[in-house]
Design a protein around this ligand. Structure first.
Ligand code: SAM
Length: 200
């Protein structure tokens, strides 16, 4: 049977094949790579927080971008198989982790990422509501832990609060834009809201 990464004939898509050949644990890496290439999100020496980091392709990419002087903290309910050895991993639910606990790992973050997705039910409005709740919580943690000028990029299923949530982001960031990287499947309602320049 064809799985999520394959078409109806069971063939893997090109991003999946590319991820495997480049040593990434998930095709999701190309969503972050596109966002980063278009916005300059990640820089050498950055401290990065990755919410919903399993299986770990964003950690792998961020690790390369921040270099040896940068630091990465990842959180997920599951253990990420692809986490670079030097990444600090917290296993748990983001709703149960305080901003203080995150700041105990590193004194501040330059970039907060969230690729968190709810366990989908197939009921579109319910999935959208759950995605919005994850986005809002990621935003809350970002605004509590980012340094001035820091960046936040997070997945959000397009739902009824899509515009309102962007408006909320504009209050605390200089620039906010929705992005749909090529590697995000066209039929998926996911978008990434990229927020640059935290105003404090
Ligand atoms: C699409 S995957 C992330 C893929 C990842 N960016 C990568 O490149 O490997 C979404 C992840 O969000 C995590 N997640 C969803 N809700 C969460 C929550 N409340 N707390 C922690 N992790 C959560 C899931 O466990 C899942 O591993």
């Amino acid at each position: 049977m064809a799985n999520k990464l394959s078409d109806k004939r069971g063939r893997k898509d090109r991003f999946h094949r590319q991820a495997r050949s480049e040593g990434y644990v998930a095709r999701a890496v190309y969503k972050l790579k596109t966002i980063d290439e278009k916005t300059g999100l990640l820089k050498q020496g950055n401290n990065v927080l990755d919410l919903g980091c399993c299986p770990g392709s964003w950690l792998q990419y961020a690790d390369k971008q921040v270099g040896p002087s940068g630091h990465i903290v990842g959180i997920d309910r599951d253990e990420p198989s692809g986490a670079p050895g030097r990444a600090r991993i917290i296993i748990g639910d983001v709703f149960e982790i305080s901003a203080e606990a995150l700041l105990a790992e590193l004194p501040h973050f330059d970039v907060v990422l969230s690729d968190m997705a709810p366990d989908t039910t197939g009921i579109r409005s319910l999935d959208q509501d759950r995605s919005e709740a994850l986005f809002e919580h990621a935003y809350f943690l970002a605004t509590e832990t980012l340094c001035m000028g820091g960046h936040f990029a997070a997945k959000l299923f397009q739902g009824r609060d899509f515009q309102n949530l962007q408006k909320m982001c504009r209050e605390r960031f200089e620039r906010v834009k929705p992005m749909k990287p090529e590697s995000s499947r066209k039929k998926s309602i996911e978008q990434y809201i990229v927020c640059l320049g935290f105003k404090g």
